[in-house]
Design a protein around this ligand. Structure first.
Ligand SMILES: [Zn+2]
Length: 104
């Protein structure tokens, strides 16, 4: 028995060894939305691009779209506030500049 196969055998019987490969949501056919709480087919959820393939985001498509819509409106509101502030600042009386008086 080689050292390597001994290591593998020890690891396989150690309590730290995973019992089964990690489960992905690819095996799921439906899941519960954290937004509306309704159990929906997995096709009703967008895939996560930043995580393991097969994972989907926790909100169903309508809930996620609603969140995105709210976010867009907040961004728009924020941008409008910013523009309003800039306009107000530019309309405020400009700082007066005067040449210093000549010393006689
Ligand atoms: Zn939902």
């Amino acid at each position: 028995m080689s050292v390597w196969s001994q290591i593998v055998a020890n690891y396989a019987t150690s309590p730290k060894a995973p019992k089964s490969p990690p489960r992905t949501q690819r095996e799921l056919t439906e899941k519960k939305c954290t937004g509306c709480g309704v159990v929906k087919p997995i096709a009703e959820f967008y895939a996560r691009v930043d995580h393991a393939p097969g994972l989907t985001i926790s909100k169903c498509k309508p809930c996620y779209n609603a969140v995105q819509q709210r976010r867009r409106e907040q961004m728009k509101k924020g941008a409008k506030n910013w523009v309003d502030r800039v306009i107000a600042r530019n309309n405020a009386a400009p700082a007066k500049f005067e040449w210093p008086a000549d010393e006689a």
